[in-house]
Design a protein around this ligand. Structure first.
Ligand SMILES: O=C(O)C(=O)C[C@H](O)C(=O)O
Length: 328
């Protein structure tokens, strides 16, 4: 693959020719474009009471998710607690999911690390473990230095080296850093970058990204359930939503309503999802998501330290936010 500087200097015609050659090299063609549209739960990682990954419980959750019309699963998204897993665990979880995932469902694996080199290496391992695509989060430890120049170079190198399509991941609530608009638009031109999962919730930004990348084969996914309908309205093609771990069927129904233009029914359903979604994401986070999974028949369980279980007051708030919207 070309370096970013040469890629930028190519004419649109030159980019087109290079793109086809590159996709053939990687064994996918524009005819067999990776269609990201649909709903994905960023699956949680169950742990034993000794905080080891509980593969048995993971497989039981996967059997239940197989009954829901998801487009696929995101493994090692924010709710997979990936910053607390070792590299071996991250890869082994992906391998386990691959073994149980029904044919035709897409496996998107989080392979983002702090350095470009580590991300390239983990991306290769994720692809070898069976990922169909990788989800690459913005590095953020030196966030003051993560400007467009650094991020374009990072993602370009990862995409150049990745044997599978790359999806960018912007999640400012966790990273303190939003992938800048200009960097996103530039990266959208890369032949191996297929989309963006945007968890920021700024709907004008999502609309603008869709607009500015409309001539590219670039797909935007809403990164949270609270703005899923709004994101569909401005051109997103689906969502990676923590809440899909709990209310997966309902989110797939919201997708169906949006895609088929049943906006009034979609609005009613969307409104009932906003409060529980906020509680299991920005208000109470992963411990709340896992607690609610237990109430809805999935294995959630405890988080890996230092994440703490909910307090009694938080558990009550969680229950209220689900029950007052008719879910419990
Ligand atoms: O990867 C994840 O996990 C998510 O992006 C979930 C997201 O933060 C949400 O709000 O649903």
């Amino acid at each position: 693959m070309l370096c970013a500087r040469v890629w930028r200097a190519l004419s649109p015609l030159g980019r087109g020719a290079h793109l086809s050659a590159w996709r053939q090299t990687l064994n996918y063609s524009s005819a067999a474009r990776l269609d990201l549209s649909g709903i994905y739960p960023p699956i949680g990682t169950p742990f034993t009471d000794k905080e080891d990954v509980d593969y048995q419980k993971l497989e039981e959750n996967l059997q239940k998710y197989a009954q829901i019309p998801f487009k696929g699963l995101v493994v090692q998204g924010s709710n997979g607690e990936y910053p607390y897993l070792t590299e071996e665990e991250r890869v082994e979880v992906v391998r386990t999911v691959r073994r149980s995932l029904p044919a035709g469902k897409l496996l998107m694996a989080g392979s983002g690390c702090e350095s470009t080199r580590a991300t390239v290496q983990l991306t290769e391992k994720m692809a070898a473990a069976g990922a169909d695509a990788v989800l690459v989060v913005t590095p953020c430890f030196y966030k003051g230095k993560m400007d467009s120049r650094a991020l374009i170079q990072h993602f370009t190198k990862v995409a150049d080296c990745s044997p599978v399509p790359v999806v960018l991941y912007s999640v400012p609530a966790n990273t303190g850093l939003e992938l800048p608009l200009d960097a996103t638009v530039e990266l959208a031109q890369h032949p191996n970058i297929f989309g963006l999962k945007d968890s920021g919730g700024d709907i004008t930004r999502i609309g603008l990204i869709v607009h500015k990348t409309k001539t590219q084969d670039f797909q935007v996914l809403a990164g949270s359930a609270g703005f899923l309908m709004a994101a569909y309205c401005v051109g997103a093609v689906g969502g990676v939503c923590a809440l899909a771990n709990i209310l997966g069927r309902e989110l797939c129904e919201l997708e169906r309503l949006c895609v088929s233009g049943h906006w009034e029914e979609a609005r009613v359903l969307q409104q009932r999802l906003i409060e529980p979604n906020a509680t299991v994401t920005r208000k109470l986070g992963v411990p709340a998501l896992k607690q609610a999974m237990e109430w809805f028949g999935f294995h959630g369980g405890a988080c890996r330290s230092p994440l703490q279980p909910l307090t009694e007051a938080e558990t009550q708030q969680l229950r209220r936010d689900f029950s007052s919207n008719g879910w419990l």
